[in-house]
Design a protein around this ligand. Structure first.
Ligand SMILES: NC(=O)c1ccc[n+]([C@@H]2O[C@H](COP(=O)([O-])OP(=O)(O)OC[C@H]3O[C@@H](n4cnc5c(N)ncnc54)[C@H](O)[C@@H]3O)[C@@H](O)[C@H]2O)c1
Length: 421
């Protein structure tokens, strides 16, 4: 594919914005379309809300004149490649593809013969061919495969990972037919170092769900083991450390207060829904993993209640300092965060909950939870400190030196006043 190409990225979130930045960096012209006025306003002012996109990179892209963030669908014309990166949440436990449908209509109305459309949103196998293709055809009056190219390419972002960045993470690409695959691959070959082809969109859609379900199930496995180990009086962290010395056939997963973000709590349910709907059978691993992981915030609360009870205290009225609200370390992402679930549950029990997280936006209000900084005074004044998200910026030495009791749900701390999950 010759550079520059006109690219339309629909959705400027955690997936769409880094993609748009990378496309601009290699020389493409990019329209970043998002329906959120607030987000686009911030983009226009070079104020990033995605941690892997520093303000300076956004400013450079804007200054190049090749990046145009917009809320106007009228700007979404004349593209060679359109990439859809909109959310695929669950609604009442079921896949909600309304954002993909809306995006398909926006793209379809502006689709020209010869252009290419790629879906990146995580979804169940069959979405590209059964849902997206007909919507694009209806809105454009064109035929998928005959008049325009269509494919699926899942995103594999790991925000904050210094080793695996956008450009050096291999990207799976697919098309509904050979010319579509060639068009999709040609585009991604301009922005990533390695593309991996599969025979069709269904295989690519399932590949993403295998990756996420694998992690989801293994996290659930160690979480369930952690609960047993606690009751059996075994230090699970030491056992995991020892098991990790096996140089083959083992991959390390760690327990924690539950799972958060989008990939683990939501995506596997797209697959179990599809399996149930199409085949009438449950996807038992996903259902079990959901069950175990969903119970983890409650287990953390129970462990804290037991620890306080041993100290002659009820949770009600106890002053707690929670460290971390994001769902993973060094991230500002608090979507579906189990730390938030723990904070809210403790506040509902009448604890005086104070939470510190320098990354999570202060606008992220939690009812009954005061947002504070981790100072010596905060730590000393807390009846218990609970480590929920092990951000590297926390001063753990200071915390263990000053806290009367710490419940560490992430296995990072040691010391006389520290109890680990
Ligand atoms: N965040 C990750 O690490 C990650 C990794 C891999 C895959 N994914 C998948 O990528 C998809 C997007 O996730 P995300 O994290 O970027 O979500 P996000 O919520 O950060 O961003 C999505 C953006 O799309 C916009 N949007 C919604 N409907 C729109 C429409 N019809 N037209 C234009 N804009 C619209 C929203 O305003 C939002 O800014 C999801 O399917 C998710 O599962 C996410």
């Amino acid at each position: 594919m010759s550079v520059p190409t006109s690219v339309l990225v629909v959705g400027q979130g955690y997936v769409g914005l880094p993609l748009a930045m990378r496309a601009v960096e290699v020389g493409h012209r990019v329209v970043g379309y998002d329906c959120s006025e607030e987000r686009v306003k911030r983009l226009i002012s070079a104020e990033s809300y995605v941690e892997d996109v520093p303000d300076s990179l956004l400013a450079r892209s804007l200054a190049s004149g090749r990046y145009h963030p917009t809320t106007s669908a009228d700007d979404c014309v004349g593209f060679d490649v359109a990439i859809i990166t909109v959310p695929t949440p669950l609604k009442d436990g079921l896949p909600d593809l309304s954002h993909v449908e809306e995006a398909a209509r926006t793209v379809g109305k502006r689709l020209r013969s010869g252009s290419c459309v790629v879906l990146e949103s995580t979804t169940y196998p069959g979405t590209t061919e059964e849902l997206l293709a007909p919507l694009l055809e209806e809105a454009s009056g064109l035929l998928a495969g005959t008049d325009f190219r269509l494919g699926y390419s899942p995103e594999r972002l790991d925000p904050g990972n210094p080793r695996w960045r956008f450009a050096n993470t291999p990207k799976i690409v697919s098309g509904i037919d050979r010319p579509s695959l060639e068009a999709v691959q040609a585009f991604y070959d301009t922005i990533v170092e390695e593309t991996v082809t599969v025979s069709g969109p269904r295989e690519a859609e399932l590949a993403k769900l295998i990756e996420n379900t694998f992690r989801h199930v293994n996290v659930a496995l160690v979480n369930e083991m952690a609960m047993f180990a606690g009751d059996l009086g075994v230090d699970i962290w030491e056992s995991i450390e020892a098991a990790s010395s096996k140089p083959f056939g083992f991959m390390r997963f760690e327990p924690g207060p539950g799972v958060g973000g989008h990939c683990l709590p939501i995506d596997p349910s797209y697959l179990s829904w599809r399996v149930k709907r199409r085949l009438g059978t449950p996807f038992r691993f996903v259902e079990l993993a959901n069950d175990v992981n969903d119970h983890m915030p409650g287990y953390v609360v129970k462990r804290l209640m037991l620890a306080m009870n041993q100290r002659g205290r009820a949770i009600q009225g106890t002053r707690l300092l929670l460290l971390g609200l994001a769902y993973k370390p060094d991230s500002s992402d608090a979507r579906e965060s189990p730390a938030v679930a723990v904070a809210e549950a403790l506040a509902a029990l009448g604890a005086e909950v104070r939470a510190a997280d320098p990354f999570v936006d202060l606008a992220h209000q939690l009812s009954g939870v005061a947002r504070v900084e981790v100072t010596e005074e905060e730590v000393r004044n807390a009846d218990a400190v609970v480590l929920l998200t092990p951000h590297s910026c926390f001063d753990y030495e200071m915390v263990t030196a000053n806290a009367s009791f710490v419940l560490d749900t992430r296995g990072r701390l040691r010391g006389p006043g520290v109890e680990r999950l």
